[in-house]
Design a protein. Structure first.
Lengths: 709, 211
């Protein structure tokens, strides 16, 4: 009686769970949906349980890292036997990703090469994003510029995007031959993706490189931060509410006292002074929407004397005022189960007003970029992205003509309408393919274009993977050329990249080879700067190595980057194909960070080496055939945390005081002996020493600056 | 008519009672198991059981709480960072499901903070800033929701202790919180037979460092 009652209404389900390779899987959860009934598989992958459920029910089998198996079963009081094969989930943390050309910092759970914090803690970078990225392979150090020169490309071939929206004039104003700093602080961003080629169809108007910065989400706590620096001071406050946050920062920088103390090779009348303010606002909207607003302004001024090369006693006074404004509004929103959208607009205003010997000259650039992107991911294997963009850019330059007594103006307006579509297909844990295209319609030349982009990755084992990327890229010529000839075509480049990457938890090895073809580069007609066409061309090819290890030595994290570059181009005033002056053949960086917890300190050392750069010596016949001495720099930094909310920071670049020469400038006309006088372009000072005290005031005393160390 | 209504009510209530007693009986059994577990296999079995119960009981937060707890323990046992993160992702997903049922449960919020704290241990230098801030916020929120929750105070004390020791500073603040936590553990009473009971050892361990 009891026995039959127990058997009545019960179904026994048995079976085994295996993976795709046929290996038995223990610990898999097998269950009947909506019931208590089920069990875990044993060591040999078998399971067995009874259920009192009847009718058609769903049976699930799940295990971490695998796609959940589901099957309808008819429970009809009979024994059921099921063989289950679980497939590995394709988007796992150690799954295949396309790594050709890109360095991603962020998405901290993924195994990434660079962490967001690295940017702030790299010695020699002085918390400048470009400074830190210059220690990665693919970049060529151009010490007098401070910008990112990527794979034989000029500094303006790298474009900066914040939350997907373009930033015009992303670097601050700097005196001639002194490095400029990026306009955005690394702490603003949760993720940085630096691509040295082959990037997604989403990013246009960038010939060599895309620097994609993703701003932080809602702040977590109220706090006030105060910084007292050897070159100024800043104060910031963050206010948090239930579903949003707002923060603001003002910074005043004055290099006058510092430059009074440390002898400079620049004849300053008034050293750079700048006032800067920024604000950020975050608000969650609805279930998964997020609005981000960011804005900053900057006003900087300086005055100096430029000395004549042939006769240093002849000097020319130069006054500069730079006004800069950047606004960015972006919105992300989920749309149902598989769709999502993001969109936004950015506005840049940049104005340089100079007086050269009290003659006014200057330029203004204003630009709007709007973008909307829709993404659909119907399953974990497929992701489709499409978007539309509109750029509207005004550029004006003026120059006072002392003969006519009038200010002459020259400028242009460029409107671009762009669209892109891209699909990523993850076939399995080993293979991913991405293909897309970008179209652009340019109002100035009334021309439409289509640029294909393609990339793929193959990961044969859990650690190593191969990637390949190809793409066609275009970028409008520099403003100074378009204003002379508005009918210039965009400059173009084609990238081919092959990459191998081996990553374990705490070690990374990476090697990348590439070939880049430049065409339609701007070229002077008969050496006449007022007549421009697109007859220029060039190439760049190279091999790059990267090794990072924070495992072998306790509390030590170090990386080594090496880039080999072979490049030539025939553009602008070049009489023939030659290596441009920013194209150095060998670049090496060694970055070392040591965390000394007993002393509550982090110390860092960065060594950089750049082989001699070409320059044109008019006393020699061959163009760009001379080479500067090699560049070497050893920089150090120390961060010390005496209290959780207090950080003391010291950094010094080029501590050995190497006299680095970036190039030579020559007089326009030869002297009486037929020799062109020259002057070396050197660092403004051998070293740059920086001291800072940073204080955080918040309700939570235990956090403060601790995370920043 | 009245009788019928009465009978109907009795039948209904016994049914509710019947399922609830099955729920409590099953939960109690597996809660014992997860507290007693030592090997990853034992934790996985317990987690699987809680996930099954959660699939049947759509209005109970406890199965999600305990499966999250099990995932956290699995993460603690795991050495490889990517796997650790995968377990913590599972734990967080369980907490999210639990919060959909009861958004005001202090225990869920406290455990969520603890998940972030474990996240920090994978890569303290990189993750400290983001995740320790999140953990701190959630501990504060959990204490606010239920000042009697001894675990929320225990987590908070642990965090304060870690910072104080790292900085070589006074551990007074941490010890005060730990003391308070122990008091709450001693007086802890819950009408819920399935309420979490663990964590007293953690507080006692902290208090040992205070002497």
């Amino acid at each position: 009686m009891c026995l039959s009652a127990a058997a009545w209404g019960q179904t026994k389900i048995t079976g085994t769970v295996k993976d795709e390779a046929g290996e038995a899987m223990p610990g898999v959860n097998v269950l009947i949906e909506g019931s208590y009934d089920g069990g875990s598989t044993a060591m040999d992958g078998t399971f067995s349980f009874t259920t009192t459920e009847t009718g058609s029910k769903k049976l699930f089998a799940s295990f971490v890292g695998y796609q959940t198996f589901s099957k309808n079963v008819d429970l009809i009081e009979k024994n059921i036997s099921i063989e289950i094969v679980l497939k590995e989930s394709v988007n796992q943390l150690d799954g295949v990703t396309i790594s050709a050309g890109s360095f991603t910092a962020g998405e901290e759970k993924r195994r990434t090469i660079l962490k967001p914090l690295d940017i702030a803690t790299t010695a020699g970078a002085t918390a400048d994003i470009a400074g830190a990225l210059n220690t990665l392979p693919g970049t060529q150090k151009v010490g007098e510029s401070g910008r990112l020169f990527v794979r034989g490309g000029d500094g303006n071939e790298t474009r900066t995007f914040v939350d997907g929206l373009v930033v015009l004039d992303a670097y601050g104003a700097a005196a001639p031959n002194t490095p400029s700093r990026g306009r955005f602080l690394p702490f603003m961003f949760k993720g940085t993706s630096f691509s040295t080629g082959g990037y997604s169809a989403e990013y246009g108007q960038a010939l060599s490189s895309a620097l994609v910065l993703n701003s932080k989400d809602k702040a977590e706590m109220n706090q006030t931060d105060i910084g007292i620096l050897s070159v100024g001071a800043d104060v910031a406050h963050t206010q948090v509410w239930n579903r949003g946050s707002a923060s603001g920062k003002v910074q005043y920088t004055n290099l006058q006292p510092y430059m009074g103390l440390i002898n400079q090779r620049i004849d300053w009348i008034a050293a750079p002074v700048s006032m800067e303010g920024s604000g950020a606002f975050r608000q969650q909207v609805g279930k998964d929407g997020m609005v981000k607003v960011f804005g900053n302004f900057n006003r900087s001024t300086f005055t100096l004397f430029n000395h004549d090369i042939a006769d240093v006693s002849i000097k020319q006074r130069l006054d500069l005022t730079n006004n800069y404004n950047y606004r960015n509004v972006s919105y992300t929103q989920g749309l149902g189960k598989t769709w999502s959208m993001r969109g936004g607009a950015s506005y840049t205003f940049n104005q340089n007003d100079l007086t050269v010997q009290s003659l006014p000259i200057g330029e203004t650039e204003k630009g709007v970029h709007t973008k909307v992107v829709f993404e659909n991911s119907p399953n974990e294997k497929l992701n489709v992205r499409m978007g539309a963009e509109y750029y509207d850019r005004f550029y004006d330059a003026y120059q006072f003509n002392s003969t006519s007594g009038f200010s002459e103006k020259i400028g242009f307006r460029e409107q671009l309408t762009a669209g892109f579509a891209e699909a990523e297909y993850i076939a399995n844990k080993h293979f991913v393919l991405k293909a897309g295209a970008r179209t652009e319609q340019n109002s100035l030349i009334n021309q439409a274009s289509v640029d294909p982009r393609f990339s793929m990755a193959y990961k044969p084992s859990i650690k190593g993977q191969f990637s390949f990327a190809y793409g066609l890229f275009r970028q409008s010529a520099k403003n100074q050329y378009v204003r002379t000839n508005t009918q210039l075509n965009p400059e173009k480049a084609e990238h081919f990249i092959l990459n191998y990457q081996l990553i374990t938890d705490r070690k990374t090895f990476r090697v990348e080879a590439y070939y880049k073809r430049y065409f339609d580069l701007v070229k002077y007609v008969n050496f006449d700067a007022s007549q421009l066409n697109n007859a220029g061309s060039g190439y760049a090819r190279g091999v790059e190595l990267f090794w990072r290890d924070n495992q072998t030595f306790k509390n030590v994290d170090y990386w080594v980057s090496y880039s080999y570059l072979d490049t030539e181009r025939d553009y602008l005033n070049f009489p023939e194909k030659a290596v441009p002056n920013f194209g150095s053949q060998h670049n090496l960086s060694v970055v070392y960070k040591h965390f000394i917890s007993a002393l509550k300190m982090q110390a860092g050392v960065t060594y950089s080496f750049t082989s001699g750069r070409p320059y044109f010596n008019p006393n020699n016949d061959k163009f760009n055939n001379d080479r500067t001495p090699a560049y070497q720099d050893l920089s150090v930094n120390i961060a010390y945390l005496p209290k959780p909310n207090l950080i003391l920071y010291f950094s010094c670049t080029n501590i050995l005081g190497n006299d680095n020469i970036f190039g030579y400038q020559y007089a326009n006309t030869p002297d009486a002996n037929g020799v062109y006088a020259s002057r070396a372009t050197r660092q403004a000072a051998d070293r740059f020493i920086f001291l800072g005290v940073f204080i955080t005031i918040s309700k939570n005393k235990s956090i403060g600056q601790l995370p920043n160390l | 008519m009245k009788t019928i209504t009465f009978l109907f009510a009795v039948i209904l209530s016994t049914q509710v009672f019947a399922t609830d007693s099955k729920y409590i009986e099953q939960m109690s059994k597996h809660i014992q198991a997860v507290y007693a577990a030592e090997t990853p296999e034992q934790y996985q079995d317990a987690v699987n059981a809680f996930e099954r119960i959660a699939s049947a009981e759509k209005t109970k937060w406890e199965p999600y709480y305990y499966s999250a707890f099990g995932w956290v323990m699995l993460a603690n046992k795991e050495k490889e960072a990517t796997k650790k993160d995968a377990y913590l992702d599972k734990a967080l997903a369980a907490i999210e499901n639990g919060k959909k049922i009861n958004a005001n449960e202090s225990e869920l919020v406290a455990l969520e903070g603890f998940i972030h704290m474990i996240r920090v241990t994978v890569d303290p230098a990189t993750r400290g800033q983001q995740y320790s801030g999140m953990a701190f916020q959630l501990y504060g929120k959990a204490v606010g929701m239920n000042p009697e929750n001894p675990r929320a105070l225990a987590f908070l004390a642990q965090m304060q202790m870690g910072t104080a020791r790292f900085m070589g500073m006074s551990t007074n603040e941490a010890c005060e919180t730990a003391k308070k936590s122990l008091e709450k553990f001693s007086n802890y009473k819950s009408e819920n037979p399935l309420a979490p009971q663990w964590g007293k050892g953690m507080t006692e361990g902290l208090l040992k460092q205070c002497q």
